[in-house]
Design a protein around this ligand. Structure first.
Ligand SMILES: *Cc1c(COP(=O)(O)O)cnc(C)c1O
Length: 409
C-alpha cells in the first residue's frame, strides 16, 4: 500500500466534532459559582443544563459519593442493590408510581418508557399497538428511538430510516392529538413543560384532556420529566401542576446532581409487561449513582426546600420582568415555572448568550429564540440579584447593536 501523497492536516482535537463548545473551561465549583483555571468566577445559571440541581461541590452530595466510593462502586444488576430499593421506594412514595427502573441518562430512561408502553399492549394481546404520539418541539434524547420521538428533522437527517411508530402533532393542539389516535396507538409522550423546545407551557386544561383521552382509549400517558423533575419547577414533579398523573414518567438530569443517573417510573399496571429478561442495563442504578440520588432526595424532599424554590423562582421572574420592560430591544418576555425560566430574546440567542458570558453569567439556549435560566435550586436572592446585574449589563452592551438594526431597517 502506498502512502497518500498529502497527509491530511491533523484536527485541533481528537474529540468528535459534535459540540460547538464555548472557549472556556472550569476547574472547580462551589454552589452556583464555577472557576476557570486562572481563578475567574462565573455565575452558573445553566447548571450543566439543569443537572447540578444542588449546585457545585454540594457538601451533602460530596459526602454521600465519597463515603460510597470507599465501600463498593459496582456490582451489576445480577445482585440486589440496597440503594436502588431505597431510592425506588422513596420515588414511588412521592409519586403516582409503583415501580422504578434505573438507567444512566435521560434518553435511556425514555427508551425504557417507550419499551414499557409497547410491552404493556403486547402482554394485553395487542402487539399492533406500538405507536406513540409526541408533540412538536419536543426533545426526548439522541438515541435512534428517542430522536424519532422528538421528531426534529435536523437531528434525524443522515441517520437512516426514522424508527417506526412515532407520530407527531402540533404543540398544544388537543384536537390534533385526538385525530392522531388510531387502533395502533399505545401512548402519548409529553414533557409537562418543553425545555429544549423553549420553556413552553401547555394551554390550561391540556393535560386533563390528554388524561381523559388516554382513559377513553386505553392509552398510557408518558411524561418526560428529565428536565422538569426533582424540584426544578418548584414541585417535586412538574405533573403536580397539571392536576393529573401519568402512567409512566422519566427522570434524569437533576436527580443525580451531576452524577449520571436516569429513572423510569411506572404504575404496577403499566409496568406489568416488564418481566425478567425484557430489559436491562450494565451500569444503571449502580451503588455510586444510588448514593448520590438518595442524597439529592434528602435535600429536595426536606421541609421547606420546594417552597424556597418557588419563592426564588418568583423573585427571579419578577426581577426579569422589570428588566424586560426596560430593555425591550434585547428581551421581550419571561416564562417558565420555578427555576426553569425562559427569556424570550429579540436578538439572536447565540449573541445574547455570548453577551451574558462576557458578563460571566452562564446560561443555556433553547428553541424559539429563548435563553434558558436553570440555576441550581439552592440559590437565593443574592445569586438572583447578581444574575440580574449581569443581565442588565449585557442588555446595555447589546443595546447599540439593537439600535443599529433599527436604523438599518
Ligand atoms: C435532556 C433531556 C433528555 C435527554 O437526556 P440525556 O441524558 O441527554 O439522554 C430527554 N428529555 C428531556 C426533556 C431532556 O431535557
Amino acid at each position: 500500500m502506498t502512502a497518500p501523497a498529502t497527509v491530511p492536516p491533523k484536527p485541533h482535537s481528537s474529540l468528535y466534532n459534535t459540540f460547538a463548545r464555548a472557549p472556556l473551561e472550569f476547574e472547580r465549583g462551589e454552589g452556583a459559582w464555577v472557576y476557570t483555571p486562572a481563578g475567574e468566577a462565573y455565575l452558573d445559571f445553566s447548571a450543566g443544563i439543569a443537572v447540578n440541581s444542588l449546585g457545585h461541590a454540594n457538601p451533602v452530595l460530596v459526602a454521600a459519593l465519597t463515603e460510597q466510593a470507599g465501600k463498593i462502586w459496582h456490582t451489576s444488576n445480577l445482585f440486589r442493590i440496597p440503594g436502588q430499593e431505597r431510592l425506588a421506594e422513596r420515588l414511588t412514595a412521592a409519586s403516582f408510581a409503583d415501580r422504578v427502573f434505573f438507567a444512566n441518562s435521560g434518553a435511556e430512561a425514555n427508551e425504557c418508557a417507550i419499551k414499557t408502553a409497547r410491552r404493556y399492549h403486547f402482554v394485553n394481546g395487542h402487539p399492533e399497538r406500538f405507536h406513540i404520539i409526541t408533540i412538536e418541539g419536543a426533545f426526548h434524547g439522541r438515541t435512534l428511538a428517542t430522536l424519532a420521538a422528538g421528531g426534529q428533522e435536523k437531528y434525524l437527517e443522515g441517520f437512516g430510516p426514522k424508527a417506526d411508530g412515532f407520530v407527531q402533532v402540533p404543540f398544544g393542539d388537543i384536537d390534533a392529538v385526538k385525530a392522531a389516535v388510531t387502533p395502533e396507538t399505545a401512548a402519548i409522550m409529553v414533557e409537562p413543560i418543553q425545555g429544549e423546545g423553549g420553556v413552553r407551557s401547555f394551554p390550561a386544561g391540556f393535560f386533563k384532556e390528554l388524561r381523559a383521552l388516554c382513559d377513553a382509549n386505553g392509552l398510557l400517558l408518558v411524561m418526560d420529566e428529565v428536565q422538569t423533575g426533582v424540584g426544578r419547577t418548584g414541585k417535586f414533579f412538574a405533573y403536580e401542576w397539571t392536576g393529573v398523573t401519568p402512567d409512566i414518567l422519566t427522570l434524569a438530569k437533576g436527580i443525580g446532581g451531576g452524577f449520571p443517573l436516569g429513572a423510569c417510573l411506572a404504575t404496577e399496571e403499566a409496568a406489568k409487561g416488564m418481566t425478567p429478561g425484557t430489559h436491562g442495563t450494565t451500569f444503571g442504578g449502580n451503588p455510586l449513582a444510588m448514593a448520590v440520588g438518595n442524597a439529592v432526595l434528602d435535600v429536595v424532599l426536606a421541609d421547606g426546600f420546594l417552597d424556597h424554590v418557588r419563592e426564588t423562582g418568583l423573585y427571579l421572574k419578577q426581577r426579569l420582568a422589570a428588566l424586560v420592560d426596560q430593555h425591550g430591544d434585547v428581551l421581550d418576555g419571561v416564562r417558565g415555572e420555578g427555576l426553569l425560566v425562559g427569556l424570550h430574546a429579540v436578538q439572536p440567542v447565540p449573541e445574547v448568550v455570548a453577551a451574558l458570558r462576557a458578563q460571566h453569567l452562564l446560561v443555556a439556549g433553547a428553541g424559539e429564540n429563548v435563553v434558558r435560566l436553570l440555576p441550581p435550586l439552592t440559590i437565593g436572592r443574592t445569586e438572583v440579584d447578581a444574575a440580574i446585574e449581569k443581565i442588565e449589563a449585557a442588555c446595555h452592551a447589546l443595546a447599540p447593536a439593537a439600535e443599529r438594526q433599527q436604523i438599518q431597517a
